[in-house]
Write a new protein. Structure first.
Length: 75
């Protein structure tokens, strides 16, 4: 299983603001499906977050440096 990082900006329509959620999944497709099951799209075919990253892209990124602990972990 791999960690996927879904980040949020300041938009009050996001489930959380200025933080991130970790989703544990085997594939990106599975991670997005798990995320959408918990946080449905506000707009058709648009995932309700700012961006999402595989674990290897998250580490060392500006987001990792700015954000503390995740708001939630979805398994």
């Amino acid at each position: 299983m791999k960690k996927w990082y879904f980040s949020f900006g300041s938009d009050p329509g996001f489930p959380y603001q200025n933080t991130y959620v970790i989703v544990i999944a085997d594939t990106e497709h599975e991670a997005v499906a798990k995320f959408r099951a918990k946080f449905p799209d506000r707009h058709e075919n648009t995932v309700n977050c700012a961006f999402w990253y595989p674990e290897e892209r998250w580490h060392g990124s500006m987001n990792e440096a700015l954000y503390g602990d995740p708001a939630e972990i979805i398994e």
